[in-house]
Design a protein around this ligand. Structure first.
Ligand SMILES: [Zn+2]
Length: 336
């Protein structure tokens, strides 16, 4: 296995009704993820413009209907962890509270309510809310691993901001999950890194960061141990790769790392807001235990609707397993 940045330009020919049915060529690009090998298609969409989305009316409506994560309901409407695991029932960190998910999909499936505010617009997220949220998620996952190491072997933190990204509750929250087996792409990330390490004796994430830094047009910035890159093969609009230098497990993350994550996210949120990107998904990919040849990484991808009503997820991603983006990663650096 080698670290390659494979990209090809392809063409498609049609007779264009906008130009008297003259023959017209459209170009698009395909790229392969340097770590997982997965295919991405980059193409411009005719007439596509993101409409500005105001979540405030939905925030008002959902607060009026009653939100289980708002302070007045949290204590009576949300579940408690088993006493043997968390004697206090819920875990608190600053303004954040960790509770069990009422519809769990992993043995350790928690929801982290990040703050007391019911709605935080993207451009107004404080570093405090992000730090409290991630700090609480990490504290919970560490506790789950100490309590049940086998069934909490693969931890991750996910963020689905707003309904277009699958967030079913407006109130800012994260998902903290741990199970005995990794998610599909989590497994791919860890396994491919390990194969590369076995074959070359090198860390693929270190090589990725170095190559991108040298090249320059997708490398964004570094704060502390955290490197930010525009992903070579994006999984969606405004897709970024985060790499924590020298860290492989969640336990390796310090409060300083979380602070740098929060600061970087604030900057990215302002960028997304400037693009009218209304929603995003984020996931962390830690190694289950200290692993040479692996650096903890994360992926952050904007979510939207195509024109007014159309989901950005279609048969390409869901069934064929490809990704697409309308935005070239090389244009992100200038915009951000
Ligand atoms: Zn609320």
């Amino acid at each position: 296995m080698s670290l390659t940045f494979q990209r090809e330009t392809r063409q498609s020919v049609f007779r264009d009704p906008r130009r008297d049915f003259q023959e017209s060529k459209a170009e698009f690009e395909i790229r392969f993820d340097p770590i997982t090998g997965e295919l991405t298609r980059i193409f411009p969409l005719h007439n596509f413009r993101l409409q500005r989305r105001d979540w405030a009316p939905l925030a008002t409506l959902t607060r009026e209907k009653g939100c289980p994560f708002c302070p007045e309901a949290l204590k009576t409407a949300t579940p408690l962890f088993p006493e043997a695991m968390i004697p206090t029932g819920r875990l608190n960190r600053g303004g954040a509270t960790v509770i069990p998910n009422l519809s769990p999909y992993a043995p350790y499936s928690a929801v982290v309510i990040m703050c007391q505010e019911h709605y935080l617009p993207l451009a107004h997220f404080s570093t405090g809310a992000i730090e409290d949220g991630f700090g609480a998620a990490l504290a919970f996952l560490e506790q789950a691993q100490a309590y049940d190491p086998e069934n909490a072997r693969y931890p991750t933190v996910g963020w689905n901001y707003m309904p277009f990204a699958g967030g079913s509750i407006i109130h800012p929250h994260l998902q903290a999950l741990a199970g005995p087996e990794p998610s599909n792409r989590h497994r791919l990330s860890v396994e491919r890194s390990l194969s590369y390490y076995r074959e070359t004796g090198r860390n693929i994430w270190k090589d990725l960061v170095e190559k991108e830094k040298e090249r320059g047009d997708r490398y964004l910035w570094q704060e502390g141990a955290l490197h930010w890159l525009a992903s070579f093969a994006p999984r969606g609009l405004g897709d970024l790769t985060l790499v924590f230098e020298g860290k492989s497990t969640l336990r390796d993350l310090t409060s300083q790392d979380i602070h740098h994550l929060a600061q970087g996210l604030q900057r990215v949120f302002r960028f997304y807001d400037s693009l009218n990107l209304p929603s995003f998904n984020l996931a962390l990919f830690p190694a289950p235990e200290k692993q040479p040849g692996y650096w903890l990484n994360a992926r952050l991808t904007g979510r939207f609707t195509v024109f007014d009503w159309t989901s950005d997820i279609n048969s390409l991603q869901l069934l064929l397993g490809d990704f697409y983006s309308f935005l070239s990663p090389e244009s992100i650096r200038a915009k951000i």
